[in-house]
Design a protein around this ligand. Structure first.
Ligand SMILES: CC(C)C[C@H](N)C(=O)N[C@@H](CCOc1cc(O)cc2c1C(=O)N[C@@H]2C)C(=O)O
Ligand SMILES: [Mg+2]
Length: 320
């Protein structure tokens, strides 16, 4: 287990605050010459810190040495970042030990390259418009959730008339004004709105029209949280740091589809090692948001290949 830091190109701001580096925790499962790795991002929003997650993983070392496996891990740790790192390390280890790629063990015939969204940090309307123009990406995710959002939307739309737009308020709007925000999004041709309201104050979504599909992020973690979203949300953002790994993410994605939700696969600020297992779940998603490495000044060795918006499947040297 180790904590690693990767600088962000500039800084990154959402409704809750700014970041200048990605802080990730790595879990490693080793037996002789074979080892598997997994990476997670502890999220203060969910009461996690890098030190606490690293401590939880250190405490697991003895049990893993005694034979705890991926199946047992699901019962041993709750959903969250620590379980994610260890679960993904087990998947990588199993692939390396068996010679069977992780995607095949997950029941997938192949892994396709996919197009990812590119996220614009919350900023002034002019700065977000300039970033939209500069990056020239076909699918933009705008961080909103601060006074002046309608101006940000209008500025980005004018700067990138052909781009597909997603919006993420990160819980930054209020029940009293959410309908007006929805109308502005509809006007700007936004295709999906992520987490408009605080997770504990989203009941109003059941009572108002949703002219643009609404996707749960902070309101959804794993399969257990899906039932409470029916009637409020149209889609769910599956992130491995919330599900506690790929094992639960695959099960959650299947359950969400059965319940009629569209799927988005998202990420935190992290390297390609965290994106790699998410690429498996992304194969069944309508929206892919795996742009973490694009926002860093450097990625790790054997990182995912990004050609514009297109992200290629991981090589075994990275993961799986
Ligand atoms: C910047 C991300 C990689 C872009 C991604 N597309 C995205 O929007 N992800 C998340 C949340 C962004 O990540 C945050 C927010 C925050 O307040 C603090 C942190 C992070 C993070 O990754 N590390 C620190 C703890 C989303 O909301 O969809
Ligand atoms: Mg989000």
């Amino acid at each position: 287990m180790r904590i690693e830091r990767f600088p962000i190109a500039g800084s990154f701001t959402i409704s809750r605050g700014s970041k200048t580096e990605a802080v990730v925790v790595i879990a490693e499962v080793r037996d002789g010459a074979i080892s598997g790795r997994g990476e997670c991002v502890p999220y203060p929003r969910y009461g996690e810190t890098p030190e606490a997650v690293a401590g939880a993983l250190t405490e697991m070392a003895e049990e893993v040495a005694q034979g705890l496996d991926r199946d047992g891990l699901q019962r041993r740790l709750p959903a969250g970042a620590a379980r994610n790192a260890l679960d993904c390390a087990f998947w990588d280890f199993e692939a390396k030990a068996s010679g069977i790629p992780a995607f095949r063990s997950a029941g997938l015939a192949t892994l396709r390259p996919l197009d990812t969204a590119y996220t614009l940090s919350l900023d002034t309307p002019d700065a977000m418009a300039a970033a939209a123009r500069r990056c020239g990406r076909p699918l933009l995710k705008l961080k909103l959730g601060a006074p002046g959002d309608a101006l940000r939307l209008a500025a980005v739309r004018a700067a990138a008339p052909a781009a597909r737009l997603i919006v993420d308020a990160n819980e930054g709007w209020e029940p009293e004004t959410v309908a007006a925000h929805f109308a502005a999004c509809r006007e700007a041709g936004v295709e999906l709105i992520e987490q408009p309201l605080p997770a504990g104050a989203d009941a109003v979504l059941e009572q108002i029209a949703r002219p643009v599909p609404v996707c749960a992020d902070e309101s959804v973690h794993d399969r257990a949280s899906l039932a409470g979203l029916v009637g409020k949300y149209d889609a769910v953002n599956v992130k491995l740091d919330k599900t506690g790994g790929l094992t639960e993410a695959l099960l959650m994605a299947q359950a969400a589809r059965t319940m009629g939700f569209d799927l988005m696969v998202g990420c935190m600020l992290a390297t390609s090692l965290a994106m790699a297992p998410a690429m498996l779940v992304a194969q069944m998603a309508q929206v892919v948001d795996l742009d973490g490495p694009l926002l860093l000044t450097r990625d790790r060795d054997h990182g995912l290949r990004y050609d514009g918006a297109r992200v290629s499947p991981p090589e075994p040297a990275l993961w799986g």
